[in-house]
Design a protein around this ligand. Sequence first.
Ligand code: SAM
Ligand code: SF4
Ligand code: SF4
Length: 374
Amino acid sequence: MTEKFIPIRDQRLSATTLSIPEHLSSPTGYVQDDLGRPLHDLRISVTDRCNFRCVYCMPKEIFDKNYSFLPQPALLNFEEITRIAKIFIAHGVNKIRLTGGEPLLRKNIERLVEMLASLPTLSGKPLDLTLTTNGSLLARKAKDLKDAGLSRVTVSLDALDDTTFRRMNDVDFAVSDVLEGIDAAAAAGLAPIKVNMVVKAGVNDQEIVPMARYFKNTPHILRFIEYMDVGASNAWKMDEVLASADVLHRLQAAGMSLRNVDANYTGETAERWQHADGSGEIGLISSVTQAFCQDCSRARLSTEGKLYTCLFASHGHDLRALLRHPDQHSDLAIANVIASIWTGRTDRYSELRSALSNDLLQKSKKIEMSYIGG
Ligand code: SAM
Ligand code: SF4
Ligand code: SF4
C-alpha cells in the first residue's frame, strides 16, 4: 500500500514584524478597513490541540503523533489574551468567540471566560462572549462556563447517525455524548445554542434531513456549513462541496416549509430560514457558493498571538512579539498597530476563490483551521 502524504508548509512560522507608528492617536471605537468594513468581531484560538480528528479539519495522517503542536510557553497566557481583547474592544469589537482546536481542552478556560466577561464594552452592554466547541467536554463544563460569564455556545455536530459521526470525527466519539453536551448547555442557559454541521458531499449529506428533523421543535439553531478549502491538509475538492441551495432543496423535498427571514445584523454569516409552522430556525452558511466578504468584520487571533485578517490568510501579524517586547509597549501603542493593520485590510478570499483553479487553490499557503479557529 502506498502511504498517503500531503506536504504542508508550516505557516505558523511566517509572520510580519510589526513596528509602532510614529504618531499615536487614541482609539475612537471605530476603525474601518480599506474596503469600508468595520472591526466588530474577534475570534480567539486558545489551543491548537484537539481530541477529535475531523476528516475535513485535522486529518489523522497529518495530525499524528509526530505533528508538532505549539509548546505551552508559545501560547498567549490569559492576561495577554485579556489585554489584547481590551484593545480590540476599544476599536469597536463587541463580540468575542473562543475557539481552537478544541477550546474546552485549554486548562482553566473558565478563568479566561471570567476575565473576558468582566471587560467593559463601549456601549455599556455586556460583551457578547461565546465559544465554539465539539461538545465532547460540554456536559461536564457547561454550568461553570455559564457561571463564569459565557453568553452562549455553538456546538459542532456533523451527523446523528453514530457510524457516520464516528467516521467524521475519526476518534470513535459517540453522537450521544455531544447531544448530552447540548442538553447540558441548554439547561445551563447558554442559549440560543447554534449547532454547526459541515456538509461533505458523499460523506454526511444523507444526514441533512434527519438533523433538521431532530432540531425542529427545539430552540436550537441548526446551521449547515459548506465544506471549505481552509488550511492545506484536508485535500479539499470543489466536488465535495454541497451548495447551500441544494441543502435547501433537500429540506423542501422532505416536506419542510421554510421561509427566508432578515439577518439579525449586518455581516451575519448564516442566511436565516424559519419553519413556516413556527417550529424553529435553520441557517445556511454558504462560504463557498455565496461569499460574504463584503460585510466581513472579523479579526482572528491565533493561539500564539498572531493576528489574521482573513480565515484564508497565509501571513499573520505577530502581536505576541509586541506584548512581550522588552520596551513594554503601551496599550495605546499596540492599539495603533492594530488600527494600521485593519486600515490596510483588503482581504476578500471567498469572493476571489471562483477565479482560482483547483490546482492553485491546493497550492496556496493557507493556515490550518485548527490553528486559527473557525
Ligand atoms: N473544535 C471546535 C469545534 O469543532 O467546534 C472549534 C474549532 S473548529 C475549527 C470551528 C468550526 O469550524 C467547527 O464548526 C468546524 O466544523 C468548522 N470547520 C472546520 N473545518 C472546516 C472546513 N474545512 N469547512 C467548513 N467548516 C469547517
Ligand atoms: Fe477538532 Fe473542531 Fe477541527 Fe473537529 S473541527 S478536528 S473538533 S478543531
Ligand atoms: Fe472574511 Fe476572508 Fe471569509 Fe471573506 S474569505 S468572509 S474576508 S474571512
